[in-house]
Write a protein that binds this ligand. Structure first.
Ligand SMILES: Nc1ncnc2c1ncn2[C@@H]1O[C@H](COP(=O)(O)OP(=O)(O)OP(=O)(O)O)[C@@H](O)[C@H]1O
Length: 309
């Protein structure tokens, strides 16, 4: 028998009906299977549908159509049993309580919870256990939310933009703590705006825009197949018009930028482009690099915007 997925979405859609206003189609048919132990980044621009998707996975909102299963059951049952837990963007902490008091209260309503000290330790905030929440930095408050999410010792952690408000050092520390959780075999699904986080931390990236999945695969593969490679070369700037003409009808070439005497061209077929540049132009000193996820993301979303204009 096929092992059930950690998270499975089948043709999930969510529309928000608002009286007197146009319906918002936040999610327009997402199919997604996340297996146990995967670390998946949900990437997308503002309004893409990330939070709505995560809310449905957590049972906080019901899909308009389609189905969601978490560990083979209903999302709310998975949350109730402590197998699925979340660190959400919204949801306040009480400023007057200390870090430890906050965790103690949540622990008291969490069956089978970890000891408070262990959760704080794992979230990297044991040393500020006695600090009042109101005096904690934004990053420390996020870590406290992370500690609360760890209390039920969940199999699956869902995180909506967990490092919002953290500086680079705090972010790095947060992901180190998360890596330790992933090593325990937990499934982790997180939404982020920080593309380098997806690049550094996720095994798999699901890009969503306008409520649809536009790319899904291993981080490396999404980067390669969506954007291909960037070829840069030294060039006499006077040759630019000739090169533009030469590349105008080359399939796979997506963009050309000239900075000083270096041209930078993105393409899905770097071998053909390199051959063309070396054999038919004054280009020298070629470099071929895999495009960053950031570039892939911008290219994908801008292509869609152009197509819909
Ligand atoms: N309760 C609601 N009523 C009406 N529209 C909503 C509601 N919640 C979300 N939306 C709309 O649904 C779309 C998707 O929103 P969502 O918050 O899921 O996007 P997101 O990808 O998480 O964005 P961000 O990165 O800005 O958090 C947006 O157009 C948003 O305005």
């Amino acid at each position: 028998m096929e092992q059930y997925a950690a998270i499975r979405l089948t043709a999930v859609a969510k529309a928000f009906q608002r009286r007197g206003k146009p319906t918002v189609h936040a999610v327009r048919g997402i199919d997604l299977r996340i297996n146990t132990g995967e670390i998946v980044a949900l990437l997308g621009p503002n309004g893409a549908g990330k939070t709505t998707t995560l809310d449905m996975i957590l049972g906080l909102a019901a899909p308009t159509s389609g189905t969601i299963e978490v560990l083979g059951t209903d999302p709310r049952a998975a949350v109730r049993s402590g197998k699925l837990s979340a660190l959400l963007q919204s949801g306040g902490l009480l400023a007057d309580l200390t870090v430890a008091e906050t965790a103690t209260i949540i622990r008291s309503v969490t069956p089978g919870a970890l000891p408070v000290h262990e959760a704080l330790l794992r979230a990297g905030i044991a040393e500020i256990a006695d600090r009042r929440v109101g005096l904690c930095s934004g990053g420390q408050q996020q870590r406290l939310k992370f500690a609360l999410a760890l209390l039920p010792a969940p199999d699956i952690l869902v995180l909506d933009e967990p490092t919002t408000g953290m500086d680079v050092t705090a972010r790095r520390g947060f992901w180190d703590a998360m890596r330790a959780e992933a090593k325990q075999g937990r499934t982790i699904l997180f939404a982020t705006h920080y593309l380098e986080e997806a690049d550094d931390f996720a095994d798999r990236v699901v890009l969503i825009a306008e409520g649809r999945v536009i790319a899904d695969g291993p981080t490396e593969q999404v980067r390669a197949t969506t954007m291909g490679r960037t070829v840069t070369a030294r060039l006499d700037p006077r040759d630019e018009p000739g090169i533009r003409a030469l590349l105008a009808d080359q399939p796979g070439v997506r963009g050309l930028d000239l900075h000083g005497d270096r041209v930078s061209i993105t393409t899905t077929d770097s071998d053909t482009l390199a051959r063309l540049l070396l054999n038919h132009t004054s280009a020298t000193d070629l470099e071929i690099t895999s495009a960053s996820l950031e570039a892939a993301f911008v290219a994908l979303t801008s292509t869609r915007e152009e197509a819909t204009q």
